[in-house]
Design a protein around this ligand. Structure first.
Ligand code: TXA
Ligand code: MG
Length: 339
């Protein structure tokens, strides 16, 4: 398939992209978090081709992207929730949409099994990106969009990353700028008694708790290694191999200066063995910068052909640091060494 590269400033390209989506095709587009790979969320066949293009396991549900908070009412069956939860969802959309928050609620009958991975719940978000919002509005349907990478690879935060993975596999790619946030949205389950974060992001439990005036929990699977019997993440996507660079990867955990010294020592040792070594070490407490750069750094190091990536751990005490570490440990296949 020939993939068209579209300009985000061309009205004709926007119309073309909207038509592709409305006709059941696939278009990649920028959001504030990462690039998404979009299809008509209510068209099971279109959503099926997203799984094919990504090579994604088909039980992994998609996030449905809307351009108005009101559209929630069409995608959720809100009557299935207690009044209290409905009120909280309204407060969330007022406080955080458009923005990097995905909310899980009971699905409405119009949402196909293909989109929810057969679950009785559905994930919805309104992205903070004009291109994304225009595309949803002009195609006239909510857009299901996972990250626009081949399944298992680092999420794409730059147009060139999307081209590297998706050229020839989808109808079109919007060539926008770099994503501001750099890691995917916070996924929040609003179907239970306590709002629960299933995937951490730049928007933290404290941010959400401040807005709602109630405690917000993190799914306990987020602090578990995926090999134990009691590892049962509530977001199906959290159980898959993820974000893996082509190179081997290890994480060093310890005091900043010790980690820095150990990275240099290991680099010299491994280079003597003939390996090409790359490193990722963010300044202490530069959590947002780390979120912004992490996936791009993985991709650049792969591009440079390194054999081994040595990364410095961020403090998981900070909730944004915790969100980046959630991705980093998966990229490294949980290969963490204390120094
Ligand atoms: O920032 C983002 O969220 C990006 C951009 C494109 O919007 N999208 C994204 O989609 O990261 P994806 O498909 O890569 O991740 C969706 C996550 C997966 O972990 C999936 O299992 C979870 O959300 N999820 C979706 N629907 C769910 C549901 N009904 N219940 C539990 N988890 C759900
Ligand atoms: Mg993804």
């Amino acid at each position: 398939m020939k993939t068209r590269l579209l300009s985000v400033t061309s009205e004709a390209d926007m119309q073309e992209a909207a038509k592709i989506i409305a006709d059941g095709g696939l278009v990649a587009f920028p959001t504030e978090t990462v690039y998404g790979l979009g299809a008509d969320a209510l068209n099971a066949r279109a959503v099926g081709s997203v799984y094919d293009a990504k090579g994604r396991p088909s039980d992994n549900p998609m996030i449905v992207h809307v351009c108005r908070a009101d559209d929630l009412k069409r995608i959720y069956d809100l009557d299935k929730l207690p009044q209290q939860n409905q009120k909280q969802i309204r407060a969330l959309t007022e406080n955080f949409w458009p923005g990097p928050l995905t909310i899980i609620g009971p699905r409405a009958a119009c949402v196909p099994d293909r989109t929810t991975g057969g679950l009785e719940t559905v994930a919805v978000r309104m992205p903070d990106s004009q291109v994304a919002l225009d595309l949803i509005r002009q195609s006239g349907c909510p857009i299901a969009a996972p990250s626009a990478n081949i399944s298992g690879r680092p999420s794409p935060t730059r147009a060139k990353d999307v081209v590297a993975d998706m050229d020839g596999r989808i109808e079109a790619i919007f060539m926008g700028g770099d994503c501001q946030v750099g890691i995917e949205s916070t996924v929040l389950d609003m179907t239970g008694d306590t709002p629960t974060i299933l995937r951490p992001g730049i928007l933290t439990a404290d941010d959400i708790s401040d807005a709602l005036g109630v405690p917000v929990a993190y799914d306990k699977a987020l602090s578990q290694k995926p090999d134990g019997d009691d590892f049962k993440p509530k977001a199906p996507g959290m159980k898959y191999k993820h974000y893996a660079p082509k190179a081997d990867m290890m994480i060093l955990e310890g005091a900043y200066t010790d980690v820095k010294r150990e990275i240099e020592r290991l680099r010299r040792e491994k280079e003597r063995e003939g390996l090409k070594v790359g490193s990722i070490l963010f300044e202490e407490s530069a959590f947002r910068e780390a979120a912004h750069d992490f996936f791009a750094r993985l991709r650049d190091l792969d591009q440079a052909g390194v054999d081994l990536i040595i990364a410095g751990a961020l403090s998981g005490e900070d909730q944004v640091g915790f969100a980046v570490m959630n991705r980093m440990v998966k990229s490294a296949g949980y290969n963490i060494i204390k120094v």
